[in-house]
Design a protein around this ligand. Sequence first.
Ligand code: GTP
Length: 346
Amino acid sequence: MSASTGKIPATIVTGFLGAGKTSLIQHLLKNAGGKRLALIINEFGELGVDGEIVKGCRIEGCPEENIVELANGCICCTVADDFLPTMKALIDRGLPPDHIVIETSGLALPKPLVKAFNWPEIRTRVTVDGVVAVVDGPAVAAGRFADNPAAVDAQRKQDDGLDHESPLAELFEDQINCADLIIVNKADQMSSVEHEAAQAHIIKELQRPAKMITARFGEVDPRVLLGLDAKAEDDLAARPSHHELEGEDHDHDDFESFHVDVPELSSPQELLGKLAPAIAAHDILRVKGFLAVAGKEMRLVLQGVGSRLQHYYDRPWESHEGRRGQIVVIGLKGLDRAAITAAIAA
Ligand SMILES: Nc1nc2c(ncn2[C@@H]2O[C@H](COP(=O)(O)OP(=O)(O)OP(=O)(O)O)[C@@H](O)[C@H]2O)c(=O)[nH]1
């Protein structure tokens, strides 16, 4: 319960694809110090990978019924259909959570979600304690979210309907400009010069006061993360967004995702060898999923952010899952699905 409002506090975690939102939440759950947390996990792709990863950790104190997945679409577009009923169900429980944490999809605009907390049934019971933006530090330092006039011009030539700046830059700016706390993540992958470049870019684009801290693997003290007491739903005018200037056009109309079934692999390398060139050739932004490897009882988690690929075994396959390997692929609209599928699953 928030001491200043008497309402249940909720934290909205935003940040681009692969920035480290799920890692942050896993760390928070492991260090919750007895707090009863409930999680709402939203994903752009049609497979609930993030929710599965968090459940796969089998963290004590966070039973599976406290983790609600809203997959297949961005939460900011389905607020009334998905988010509000989920919130209501959580707060109507006999023993409501102490704190609600919402992981939005990497393509979601946070502001429509904050607005949803003004719905009468929610407003009286819950307050937005803070909006936390997780930022991929090395990607920002590398200029991934900078406005790139040449690239936008080239895209415009292909698509007359494109009426705004780089979709990645816009989304990045909307996410940080809604935040109370910005976490510059992946410190282990940045030199001090890159760290400074990332911070300078954030400060250049930031139009409101927000705290900024650095982290690796989302390891942030829960006392820093929770208890910001921002009451963000009362403060919407101070959180500027490109989206408002563009009417109903949603930034993530510029992105698409699909999934690929992957047969059992002889080794992880069998897939990695095909995936790395496919990511480069098709400028794939994000891949993630679960794979079966011959002779291994455990399922293999695959994570790809840009060209960086990571994999690890997390838990044994359960019998009802049938060792079914699947990965989600996300990129800018116009992905050559047939070519990517053929390259990965051949
Ligand atoms: N080296 C390094 N890798 C990190 C760090 N934080 C996260 N990662 C890795 O980056 C990948 C994506 O991390 P996630 O936590 O799943 O990112 P996310 O923001 O939840 O991704 P989406 O939900 O798909 O948008 C995983 O392979 C993580 O292990 C970090 O600080 N350093």
